[in-house]
Write a protein that binds this ligand. Structure first.
Ligand code: HEM
Length: 741
């Protein structure tokens, strides 16, 4: 380790041979050289991830074990006084090992504790210097390393991936002018308009303080008490209750910067912008019942999907886009651009794609990378600036503060995953875990003893960050702006813009959540707020609660719609990494249709997962370890009929007498009825289902009608794979769901 740190420092100097070494003082900084000087690194890319992180990797291959300070040791037995005596205090090996273990954990994130991350690269589509001086957007094809961490908000670190929640989508660009983070979510709006209310929101949503129940869920009194007392939360709540709250995977959701930011040119001219990372896989969601099952069957469902997709070379891709608005547009659209509970409808201001982001490398170590990455809203670069959005303003403070707590000191930016890929120079000193040896003994500004270095960089010198010159502050007030007052219209706009069946899911989600409230006061307050959005929604939710909705409250009712907010309207753009479960039987082994279907689907980058009673002979999974929630579509193989007959799906029993007796235990290899259950659940959860040859008999046992949308049969494997392709693109057959009359 010591050697590797030394090497790391050397390498840090070595790799920067074209710029000043971060540890040396008084040298000419390349930022002050003219733009055409060969040493100027502004137009190069930042050090790529593999090269940069390799300096910090520790490889234990073919090595003797050492203590933390390098001496070779053995660590499997404690040092005791005699054969059967007590362990000695002298045992430094024991103490070092156990002490390190005792301190292995750092506090989990206060929110967004559950997450998964990946490395990648951003490629700019062009030179965007007409709107921003951000260097990573300055030329076509310019590459910048990135790291994304996805998360849920409410659950703790070990909670399930598929709970219903807003999902974090934090993106870091390691630009050649420092790190730029978009600490965004998969939902474009937020619950509150002022950061001072964030602790209230989180205390209301997190488990009850006395019993710490429920984990990672909002179906409880305090959450809905807050939502109904603080109606600014309604718009975000509507998004979270829709398919956006239960994405199929991290790959199938968009990321949003939420706030309005500023782009700033070298001359200080500004535009207002909203950021989006648009999925190039297409959007897809799990249904609620399915997501609940997944949470129990595979708590790592999203994490696993991301890992597997990258390992298989199915790299998730997103387009980095902006909506661009003028400074004078702040109040032009009927709401305030500084209000984070509002979207700018995409039909009013379309998105401009600036570049493409591709995730292509899994982390080597979860703790060192994904757990220790510390995103901050305050990580901005020259060319990008904040707005006065009061939620954004508070966030600029909060992240740095909480990360000092998590790391136990201010030096977390020196961790490899947090280091910029360019040199840094400042007068910040000391603190726990200082990794470097600063040589400048004049650690203050201004100084003459180090010839004024490090020098101040600004708009005109050293390509420094600068605050947009046109910004101004008004009088001091402790109140929300009246321009933030209408918090109902856009919740309605969102609802109006969904498919009828997606609207039904929102209503169902609200019924699920509010039916678990114990307080009649909270239920009544919820209905009052829903009724301001829509009398129809309030009536439908009220019916499940066994009460009446209040009389219509039409102040904010309208029939406007917008585009781009539905999950299910558009087909998927790619099928990469989707899984089709192929249900077969040992008795049907050697069936050639399996292989042909497998290769036809492989051409679409879709995996055929063969399920049978036992492993071997091309089988990937047993029925005992399989469930419909693992597959995006389900096919029953030829010659498997016996597994699906209804008489074969009674409860297993080894009793020979009594009410529940069957003549023989059906199978000890999997739970009773599992093959049929997989088919039925798959159908119920809207997935394409199909059968090869006589496999279609399973449809009769399952009560599925052949010929209905998303149900395919026949012996022609190539026709079946084309049907499946179309079915997977549609992803969910939502006409299987009844709508309220
Ligand atoms: C637009 C509203 C917000 C969005 C989109 C958002 C998004 C996020 C995301 C994505 C993370 C996880 C970062 C990671 O993966 O490491 C996060 C963490 C966090 N957020 Fe927010 N957040 C919002 C509002 C707020 C507000 C208003 C506060 C406080 C004033 C806040 C405080 C925190 C804290 C303390 C963490 C934990 C950070 C860490 O320990 O590294 N957030 N947020």
């Amino acid at each position: 380790m010591v050697a590797s740190r030394f090497l790391a420092v050397l390498a840090a100097c070595g790799q920067l041979s074209y710029a000043a070494c971060p540890l040396m003082s008084g040298e000419l900084d390349s930022r002050d050289l003219p733009a055409d000087h060969p040493n100027v690194r502004r137009d190069t890319t930042a050090t790529p991830t593999d090269e940069f992180l390799a300096q910090f990797e520790v490889n234990d291959n073919d090595a003797y074990m050492t203590s933390d300070v390098g001496g070779p040791i053995s660590d499997q037995d404690s040092l005791t006084a005699g054969d059967r005596g007590p362990t000695l205090l002298e045992d430094f090996i024991f103490r070092q090992k156990i002490t390190h273990f005792d301190h292995e954990r750092v506090p989990e994130r206060a929110v967004h504790a559950r997450g998964a991350g990946a490395h990648g690269v951003f490629t700019s589509y062009g030179d965007w210097s007409n709107i921003t001086d951000a260097s990573f957007l300055k030329s076509s094809g310019k590459e910048t390393p990135v790291f994304i961490r996805y998360s849920t908000v409410a659950g703790s670190r070990g909670s399930a991936d598929t709970v219903r929640d807003v999902h974090g989508f934090a993106t870091r660009f390691y630009t050649d002018e420092g790190n730029f983070d978009i600490v965004g979510n998969n939902i474009p709006v937020f619950f509150i308009q002022d950061a001072i209310q964030f602790p209230d929101l989180i205390h209301a949503v997190k488990p009850k303080p006395d019993r710490e129940i429920p984990q990672a869920a909002t179906a409880h009194d305090s959450a809905w008490d807050f939502f109904s007392q603080q109606p600014s939360s309604l718009h975000t709540l509507f998004w979270a209750m829709s398919g956006h709250g239960t994405p199929r995977s991290f790959r199938h959701m968009d990321g949003w910067g939420v706030h309005t930011f500023r782009f700033v040119t070298a001359e200080g001219k500004t535009k207002l912008v909203k950021f989006r990372l648009k999925t190039l896989q297409g959007k897809a969601s799990l249904l609620w019942e399915e997501a609940q099952v997944v949470a129990g069957k595979n708590a790592d469902f999203h994490r696993q999907d991301l890992w597997d997709a990258i390992e298989a070379g199915n790299y998730p891709e997103y387009e980095f886009e902006v909506q661009i608005m003028e400074e004078e547009d702040q109040l032009r659209f009927g709401f305030d651009l500084l209000d984070p509970t509002k979207i700018v409808p995409e039909d009013i201001i379309p998105f401009t794609p600036l570049g493409k982001l591709t995730l292509n490398r899994n982390p080597r170590n979860y703790f060192a990378e994904t757990e220790q990455v510390m995103f901050q809203v305050g990580h901005v670069v020259r060319g990008i600036d904040f707005t006065e959005d009061p939620l954004l303003q508070g966030r600029i403070f909060s992240y740095l503060d909480t990360q000092i707590n998590r790391h136990g000191g201010p030096n977390f930016e020196q961790l490899p995953i947090n280091q910029p890929r360019v040199p840094w120079h400042n007068n910040n000193r000391d603190g726990a875990g200082q990794m470097y040896i600063p040589l400048n003994t004049a650690a203050y500004s201004p100084n003459s003893l180090n010839e004024g270095s490090p020098k101040q960089a600004n708009q005109t010198a050293g390509r420094g960050f600068f605050t947009a010159p046109n910004r101004s502050a008004g009088k001091l007030v402790r109140a929300k702006s009246s321009s933030f007052a209408d918090v109902w219209s856009q919740a309605r706009l969102f609802f109006n813009s969904l498919l009828p069946v997606e609207q039904q899911f929102v209503v169902n989600a609200m019924r699920f959540e509010t039916s678990q409230l114990t307080s009649d006061v909270v239920k009544s307050n919820v209905l009052i707020q829903l009724n301001r959005v829509s009398h129809d929604i309030a009536t439908r939710v009220a019916s499940a609660l066994g009460v009446s909705a209040p009389a219509a409250d039409p102040t904010y009712y309208h029939d406007n719609t917008t585009t781009g907010v539905s999950v299910s309207k558009d087909p998927l753009l790619k099928l990469d990494g989707l899984k089709v479960g192929y249900l077969t039987s040992n008795a049907a082994s050697g069936n050639t249709s399996t292989d042909s279907l497998k290769s036809a689907l492989a051409a679409l980058k879709v995996n055929l997962v063969v399920v049978s009673e036992t492993l071997g002979n091309g089988v990937n999974q047993t029925y005992s370890a399989s469930d419909a929630s693992q597959f995006d579509a389900i096919i029953v193989g030829d010659g498997t009929g016996a597994l699906f007959t209804t008489s074969n799906n009674l409860a297993n029993s080894n009793s020979t007498s009594g009410y529940n007796a069957t003549t023989a235990a059906l199978s000890t290899l999997y739970p009773a009825g599992r093959p049929l259950q997989i088919l039925q659940d798959g159908y119920r959860w809207g997935k394409p289902v199909g059968a090869v040859g006589t496999g279609s008999k399973a449809f009769d046992a399952a009560g599925i009608k052949t010929g209905t949308p998303g149900v395919y049969g026949g012996s022609d494997v190539s026709a079946l794979s084309s049907d499946l392709e179309a079915g997977l693109k549609q992803f969910k057959f939502l006409d299987r769901y009844p709508l309220d009359q």
